[in-house]
Design a protein around this ligand. Sequence first.
Ligand code: ATP
Length: 243
Amino acid sequence: MGSPLANAIEVRDVVKFYGTVPALRGLSFEVPEGGRYALLGPNGAGKSTTLRLLVGLMKPDRGEVRVLGRDPADDYSVKAQMGYLPEDATPYLALTVRENLEYIAALRGLDDPRDRAEKMMDLLGLRKYENYRVSALSRGNVQKLAIALAIIHEPKVVFLDEPLNYLDIPTQEEVIGVLSRMGSTMLVSTHIMSVAGRLTDHILMISGGRLVWQGTFDDLRRMAKEEEPVESVVARLMRSVEA
Ligand SMILES: Nc1ncnc2c1ncn2[C@@H]1O[C@H](COP(=O)(O)OP(=O)(O)OP(=O)(O)O)[C@@H](O)[C@H]1O
């Protein structure tokens, strides 16, 4: 479906209000198939809203969003090809780790939910908690399970909202390894530059509901003055827009 150069994600002139609060004010960007892009911006920039529109939970007030060429709010077949990790995702609290994985694998229509659950537990180091109810897990292990549930069906396009929240450093490395080995198109929302740098190779910087800059990490590094850390280049770009 589509040529190798097709865009997996398209956001065109999108405006979104919550009541009278503007969250997005004419946001546009594209992510090519197989691209690994970060949506980087300060608190309240509109990152989570953008992901909610892209997974079809809401519709834009103006403009359009497309995933694999289709409107995610109207087309259920495209949802089968997407994975979504919301911010602070909570799996079913009364079910065990294994039960959550098998249940979601079954709902996703996968051939062998049990096998798939086994695979995800091994991949994300959840095996020793397989019979724990979610309510008894540490917050970090809840996050790992939520990531496993988002990618259990090997989606073509993955939307991850602050995926490394709550994870300790070794676990972050483990999760970065798992996500990096996936061939999916990936859009990762974060306000932390180092998270963007570990998981993606292209930055979409947003502030105040608009795209303010985009480019690669090399582009950013080239913009750095002598000895200037990349984080400070990002802060400079954000300030230049707010001013
Ligand atoms: N349910 C809501 N009702 C009213 N306003 C909202 C709602 N959700 C978000 N907003 C507002 O919309 C704007 C964008 O919010 P959004 O959560 O998309 O930003 P964000 O970049 O994800 O922020 P954060 O990094 O803090 O999660 C903010 O001004 C926020 O206060």
